[in-house]
Write a protein that binds this ligand. Structure first.
Ligand SMILES: Nc1nc2c(ncn2[C@@H]2O[C@H](COP(=O)(O)OP(=O)(O)OP(=O)(O)O)[C@@H](O)[C@H]2O)c(=O)[nH]1
Ligand SMILES: [Mg+2]
Length: 544
């Protein structure tokens, strides 16, 4: 016989006893019947099984009945269903597979309190309940004599919250919401297990309190989350969709351009210019490659081993490659012969005797002069050293702009060699460079005794506008000049011939130019002897 059946049996017994004893028996019967009906109704509502958990109304009902029922009970009348005379707790009965049972306090001394497992089962049952399965519910008595009013208030709040949550979940059928509420319960159950060590009286109160708080929090969170979610969705829906701004830029309209655009335009213009320059240069290179040097120039280049040559080639030709300027020697010559310079005039000692920054500083023109002009770093000073074989008399440097004055060197008593400052790029201030250029122009155009200007051109780069400027000046002043290609060892022999041919062709209409174009290398010594021969003729026949 179950507890429910025993209670029902007791009720029926009491009803029978009450008939005929009391004067107001009819009323009392009706009252008792109503209570039974209510109880039955509650049972029906909860799936025909005993409701272990009471709602707030049930509790009130019991409390309302308590006094009268107590009175009625003492008078031998009926006792309402689930009337707790003594505290009852929920414990698991191992023998019944861990199902929850209600025991009186006296009976539970040896019973084991709810374990973690049991609590998890409780939790799962609670979830089931929320999802519509009312087969298992739990009600834990909170009727403690020492229970505070605060606890009661919280517990009633819990029930309200749980009820509202249940209603909302049922109505909406959203499982997620239920889980969130369940999450709150889960926390409370955990807290319950942790507070096992606390005394029994405090246990219920604290559990109720924490559970209240947790449930309230969880419900608040749920509501908040719901609100937030809805708000977000609403906000998303309400937000007006941003229209993409389409900026149409007229490529030809410069007024609307931003600074960045301007920069891009400038850059693109620069790139275009560069491309054009490249094209022009490419076409220049193509033109240069198309030059067919004359057989005389080609034979001269080959005879003097001009251009970039392999050492093995020089060796085969009989030159001693261990010497610093090997091609300035007679092939297969002995060591004694190497010191010999063919032209007597260049056997003389080279001596520096004057330097001029201005035309007034020029020395008296006592000797025929041969000047060496050209762009900075073209190799003027080096050529002077190579011609005289007196290294170190004229200072040289790989840094453009070393020679900054007109330097006069006397070669014996017959000839004067003049080293001019270079023009074009140099590590010097623009004003200083302009001064050099003016001085050079004044010298080549006005100098008395100047028999020849050797205009040095870098074989690799050819003639530049400044070179043409000087040529025009010398043409106007009828100064004799001769083109000398320097650094021939840096390019292929055929390109040396091409450059010589190109310059000859370009300047063949000039009147003051002296042909042929000379080709030298101060490093390898190629063409130096030939150039020396040309210059010694000047000295020989020069008349002041
Ligand atoms: N490979 C090679 N380098 C040379 C030749 N002649 C000169 N050089 C180098 O070119 C650089 C410039 O030589 P310089 O004689 O000082 O030239 P510059 O024309 O007097 O220069 P500025 O005095 O500045 O006008 C030096 O590093 C030389 O070694 C040459 O025939 N072949
Ligand atoms: Mg120099």
């Amino acid at each position: 016989m179950t507890t429910e059946d025993s209670l029902r049996h007791k009720l029926h017994k009491k009803l029978k006893l009450s008939t005929g004893k009391s004067k107001n028996s009819k009323e009392e019967n009706k009252k008792a019947q109503r209570t039974v009906d209510d109880d039955k109704f509650r049972k029906k509502e909860n799936g025909g099984k005993r409701n272990l958990k009471s709602s707030g109304k049930d509790k009130k009902f019991r409390r309302g009945q308590e006094g009268s029922d107590e009175e009625g009970y003492t008078k031998g009348r009926f006792k309402p269903v689930n009337f707790d005379r003594k505290r009852k707790r929920i414990y698991t009965d191992k023998n019944m597979g861990g199902d929850m049972m209600i025991y009186d306090n006296e009976e539970v001394d040896n019973k084991k309190a709810l374990s973690k497992k049991g609590m998890s089962r409780v939790k799962s049952n609670f979830v089931k309940e929320k999802n519509g399965d009312k087969s298992r519910t739990m009600w834990v008595s909170s009727k403690k004599k020492d229970a505070t009013s605060e606890t009661k208030r919280f517990s009633s709040k819990i029930k309200d919250v749980v009820e509202t949550a249940q209603v909302s979940t049922r109505q909406r059928g959203k499982e997620k919401e239920a889980e969130k509420v369940d999450g709150g319960r889960n926390v409370s159950s955990k807290q319950l297990t942790t507070s096992k060590s606390v005394s029994n009286n405090n246990l219920d109160a604290s559990w109720n309190k924490y559970s209240d708080v947790s449930l309230l929090n969880s419900s608040k969170k749920t509501v908040r989350n719901k609100k937030g979610f809805n708000d977000d969705s609403d906000a998303l829906d309400d937000q007006p969709k941003k229209k993409k701004r389409v900026i149409r830029i007229d490529p030809y309209d410069i007024s609307n351009k931003r600074l960045d655009d301007g920069v891009i335009v400038e850059e693109s213009a620069k790139e275009k210019k560069k491309d054009l320059k490249k094209d022009a240069e490419m076409s220049k290179n193509a033109q240069f490659r198309a030059i067919q040097p004359s057989p005389s120039i080609l034979s001269f280049v080959e005879d003097n081993l001009l251009g970039r040559r392999r050492l093995i080639e020089l060796r085969r030709a009989g030159y001693n490659i261990e010497l610093s300027v090997p091609l300035d020697n007679v092939p297969f010559s002995a060591s004694s012969e190497r010191e010999r310079i063919e032209d007597n005039i260049f056997r003389n000692k080279l001596t520096f005797f004057a330097a001029a920054k201005v035309s007034s500083s020029f020395p008296a023109p006592d000797l025929p002069e041969i000047a060496f002009a050209g762009r900075s770093n073209v190799g003027k000073s080096s050529l002077l050293n190579a011609l005289t074989r007196q290294w170190g008399v004229v200072r040289t440097s790989d840094k453009p702009g070393l020679t900054q004055t007109i330097n006069f060197f006397q070669l014996g008593t017959k000839l004067c060699l003049v080293d001019l400052p270079g023009y074009g790029f140099a590590y010097a201030k623009e004003e200083v460079k302009d001064a050099w250029e003016e001085l050079v122009k004044e010298y080549v155009s006005t100098r008395v005794g100047l028999k020849r200007v050797c205009l040095l051109i870098d074989t690799k780069w050819g003639m530049k506008p400044r070179d043409h400027e000087l040529i025009d000046l010398m043409e106007r002043s009828q100064t004799k000049y001769q083109i000398v290609l320097t650094k021939t060892d840096t390019v292929f022999p055929v390109d040396v011939a091409r450059r010589a041919m190109q310059i000859e062709e370009n300047l063949k209409a000039n009147k003051s130019i002296v042909q042929p174009v000379m080709m030298v290398s101060s490093k390898s010594g190629a063409g130096i002897r030939s150039f020396r021969t040309v210059l010694s003729k000047i000295a020989r026949f020069a008349k002041l």
